[in-house]
Design a protein around this ligand. Structure first.
Ligand code: GLU
Length: 472
């Protein structure tokens, strides 16, 4: 079998839509799982903004999601001469013709058709006119579409879609100003790039039948089509900014790891048995067009978070530090690489199992990023009274002699709570407040181990001094 070539062909709209990201992922998985190629084409014909911020947003999105494409990106606008060449080739072959009908004439044709109850599909009077009878005025080039029979899109997701040819018009290939239309550009580019599989949103299904006519006219082999249902929001309606984040960059900002996003997005419309959590390797091995469902997938943030949490937990500390560093470079510029390495690095072992996003990971590492004196939040401060302070005051000197292993710390704390005839819970809350300034933190023992003896005791003493001072 010849090599599989897929592509993602985004239009630069200013940001990378989550649906485009999912389509890119499907194409990437399909190619990568079969030793094929995955290409990128920027469909910039409408805007001609190849170097613009909108195009950069696409590159950034692809880079962040880890979807590396082969070779150089293709810019559709740069291929215009080739698109024109193909239109002229079809013209000389008699498979396309010059149409001199003005916009007004077309409108009149449609009005009359409407009045007479006929199809309003424009039938150009120039389709069969010999060149010798052509006037000297502007023209468009139209394809000679078949008028009988039917066109069948053999779609790997939607099944066979049959369209009667008498419902397809002679589509314009070149406009009166000589510029090629989008439909022609897509087909020529896909052919020239050697694309074997067109996997894209089902909003393009209608285009497929018309695009196929160009393949037939050029006698080019058809690609395999797979039109994937769109993504809906959590409310079951078409995804919009109101119902869920539509831009891939929003997800990056929310701190989702790219590996978790890939896992989640691949499950959005595709399934492999009951598998939910999987690695890239598994997804590449498993991904197939037959696993893509026919109904629209719904965004489910709970599931996204859950999967992302699993990915964070399974990432090695070194890789996680690298990912956090990338995240901080874009989103949390206040945290330096040095801080990440020296302060968060040692804490990862005890926090990564409990964080679903990088934001949560950084929240949970607050205790090691923050500096003395710790300012407890209101809830934490409310725990630092009476018995609690006495317990901490009793605990501090005992910690001076500790060997600072988790076991040792557990025993010492236990003894203090026994002395006060209470449970560990009564000591844990105030300790969290003293060490981290918060009530929800990693385990107190983990925090003590991560911070080390000197820093922990200093924090305990800070509170003692401050509170005794206040209470006097
Ligand atoms: N440029 C189109 C889009 O962004 C995709 C065209 C295609 O995949 O054929 O929706």
């Amino acid at each position: 079998m010849s090599e599989i070539v897929t592509r993602i062909a985004p239009s630069p709209t200013g940001y990378m839509h989550i649906g485009t990201a999912r389509t890119a992922l499907f194409n990437w998985l399909y190619a990568r799982g079969r030793g094929g190629k995955f290409l990128l084409r920027v469909e910039d014909t409408d805007r001609g903004r190849s170097n613009s911020e909108a195009t950069r947003a696409i590159f950034r999105g692809m880079e962040w999601l880890g979807l590396h494409f082969d070779g150089d990106p293709v810019f559709q606008a740069d291929q215009a001469a080739r698109h024109v060449e193909i239109a002229h080739h079809l013209l000389t072959q008699g498979k396309a013709y010059k149409c001199f009908s003005s916009q007004e004439e077309i409108e009149t044709f449609r009005d009359n058709a409407r009045k007479e109850g006929r199809s309003t599909l424009f039938r150009s009077p120039w389709r069969h006119t010999a060149a010798s009878n052509h006037p000297d005025r502007p023209f468009v080039i139209r394809i000679k579409a078949p008028q009988n029979g039917k066109t069948i899109i053999k779609d790997k997701v939607q099944g066979d879609i049959t369209i009667r040819n008498d419902q397809i018009d002679d589509m314009v290939l070149l406009r009166a100003d000589g510029t090629p239309v989008y439909m022609l550009a897509v087909v020529v580019d896909d052919h020239d790039m050697g694309v074997t599989h067109v996997i894209r949103g089902d909003d393009h299904l209608n285009n497929a039948a018309r695009q196929m006519l160009i393949y037939y006219a050029m006698e080019w082999p058809l690609p395999t089509y797979a039109h994937v249902p769109l993504i809906f929001g959590e409310d079951g309606k078409k995804l919009s900014k109101r119902t869920g984040a539509t831009s891939l960059e929003d997800y990056q900002q929310m701190g989702y790891p790219a590996s978790g996003m890939r896992n989640y997005l691949s499950r959005l419309g595709w399934s492999h048995g009951n598998a939910e959590f999987f690695t890239d390797k598994m997804a590449k091995d498993w991904f197939d067009l037959s696993g893509i469902g026919r109904s629209p997938a719904r965004l489910d943030f709970k599931k996204l978070k859950n999967l992302c949490g699993q990915h964070i937990a399974k990432t090695s500390d070194a890789a996680l530090l690298h990912e956090l560093s990338e995240y901080c470079k874009v989103i949390r510029k206040d945290i330096s690489d040095e801080e990440l390495k020296s302060k968060i690095g040692p804490a990862l072992y005890c926090i990564k199992e409990h964080a679903k996003t990088y934001i949560e990971l950084l929240e949970k590492s607050h205790f090691c990023l923050t500096e003395r004196p710790i300012h407890p939040d209101e809830k934490a401060a409310s725990l630092l009274t009476g018995d609690a302070l006495q317990m901490i005051k009793t605990l501090t000197p005992q910690l001076q002699n500790a060997t600072w292993t988790r076991e040792d710390l557990e025993v010492i704390c236990k003894i203090v709570t026994v002395t006060f005839n209470t449970s560990f819970g009564k000591l844990a809350g105030p300790l969290r407040a003293v060490i981290a300034g918060k009530t929800s933190t990693p385990s107190v023992f983990d925090m003590m181990v991560v911070l080390g003896k000197k820093e922990t005791i200093a924090r305990l003493k800070d509170v003692e001094h401050k509170i005794w001072h206040v209470e006097k």
